[in-house]
Design a protein around this ligand. Structure first.
Ligand code: NAD
Length: 284
C-alpha cells in the first residue's frame, strides 16, 4: 500500500492534467451512506432503490406532487445540507491549490468538494444545494424562492426566473439526462487528462462509468494513467481499465498521497534560492 501511495504521488507530481472522478464512497467518512457498499442504503434496503427509480417519472407526471413529497418526506441520504467534508475531500482541494489537480468530476450530490475548497467541480449528477430549470437548465439558489411559503400557499412548483419553466432539484434522477453543460465539460476534461484518480465509486452507474473507459480509448493518442482508490475492486479493476487499485479508505489514502506529493514538490531546483519554492511544478 505505502509503495502504491508513493508511486501515485510521483505520477501526480509529473502529470500535466490530472483529474479526479469521485463517488459516494468519498463521503461515507462524512457520515453519508453509499448505495452499493457493504453498508449501502440499497444493499440493506432494495425497496429504496425501487423508489429512487420513480422520482423522475413522478416529476414529469406531476411536478407539484413531486415538490410536496420532497418537502414533507425524509431523504434516504439523511441531512446532506449540514454534512461536512472529510480529509479525503480536503486532500483533493489541496492538490488543486498546488495546481496539480485540474478538476473534480463527481457523482456526489452532497456539495462536499465545494465545502472543502475545491473550485473546479463538475457535479455530474447535480447538486443538492441548487435548483435547476427543467426547460433551460438555469441553476438557482433555493433561498431565492421561499419554498416553505410556496408550500404553505399551495403555489408549488417554483418557476424559473429566466424562462418561467418548472424548477426541479438540480439532482439528476435515474433515467434523467445528464445536464448538457456538465456532460460536455466532463468529456473535455477526460479528453485532456493524462492522469485520472477514481475515488470511492463502484463505477457501475452510466454514463459516468463510461468516463474512465473513454480515457482508456484515447490511449492511442496519449497515455492516461488510471488509478482507483476504493474499498473494494470494481469492474474497472476487473476489466483492466484502471492501471492499479489502492484498496482502502479515501479519507486515509488521499491525505497520505498529498503528504508524499509535498515531499516531491517542495524541493527547489538547483540554483533556486526561494525556500519552499514550487519551481519544480513550474518547470513542467
Ligand atoms: P456506490 O454506492 O455504487 O459505490 C460506492 C463505492 O465506494 C463502493 O465500491 C464502496 O465499497 C466504496 N466505498 C465506500 N466507502 C469508501 C471509503 N471510505 N473509501 C473508499 N471507498 C469506499 O456509489 P457510486 O458509484 O457513487 O454510485 C452511486 C450513485 O448514488 C451516484 O450516482 C451518486 O450520485 C449517488 N449517491 C450520492 C451520494 C452522495 O452525494 N454522497 C451518496 C449515495 C449515493
Amino acid at each position: 500500500m505505502e509503495e502504491l501511495i508513493a508511486k501515485t504521488a510521483e505520477l501526480i507530481s509529473k502529470s500535466k492534467h490530472a483529474v479526479a472522478l469521485t463517488g459516494a464512497g468519498m463521503s461515507t467518512e462524512s457520515g453519508i451512506s453509499d448505495f452499493r457498499g457493504p453498508n449501502g442504503i440499497w444493499t440493506k434496503n432494495p425497496e429504496a432503490e425501487r423508489q429512487a427509480y420513480q422520482s423522475y417519472y413522478k416529476f414529469q407526471q406531476n411536478p407539484k406532487q413531486y415538490w410536496i413529497e420532497r418537502m414533507t418526506g425524509t431523504s434516504w441520504l439523511g441531512d446532506l445540507i449540514n454534512a461536512l467534508p472529510n480529509p479525503g475531500h480536503f486532500a483533493l482541494a489541496e492538490l488543486e491549490k498546488m495546481a496539480l489537480l485540474k478538476s473534480v468530476i463527481t457523482q456526489n450530490i452532497d456539495n462536499l468538494h465545494q465545502k472543502a475548497g475545491s473550485l473546479r467541480v463538475l457535479d455530474y449528477h447535480g447538486n443538492v444545494s441548487l435548483l435547476r430549470c427543467f426547460s433551460c437548465d438555469a441553476r438557482f439558489d433555493p433561498a431565492e424562492f421561499e419554498l416553505a411559503r410556496l408550500l404553505a400557499e399551495d403555489r408549488l412548483p417554483p418557476l424559473c426566473r429566466k424562462c418561467n419553466g418548472v424548477l426541479k432539484s438540480d439532482i439528476v434522477h435515474f433515467n434523467e439526462a445528464i445536464p448538457a453543460d456538465v456532460a460536455r465539460e466532463s468529456q473535455a476534461e477526460v479528453g485532456k487528462c493524462d492522469l485520472m484518480l477514481i475515488c470511492g465509486t463502484s463505477a457501475v452507474v452510466h454514463p459516468f462509468a463510461l468516463l474512465p473507459r473513454m480515457a482508456k480509448q484515447y490511449q492511442s493518442k496519449k497515455k492516461t494513467i488510471i488509478i482507483e482508490i476504493n474499498a473494494e475492486p470494481t469492474p474497472l479493476t476487473e476489466e483492466g481499465i484502471s492501471d492499479y487499485l489502492i484498496q482502502g479508505k479515501t479519507g486515509m489514502i488521499l491525505p497520505k498521497i498529498v503528504e508524499e506529493v509535498k515531499k516531491r514538490t517542495s524541493k527547489p531546483i538547483s540554483g533556486c534560492e526561494i525556500s519552499n519554492c514550487h519551481c519544480l511544478l513550474d518547470e513542467k
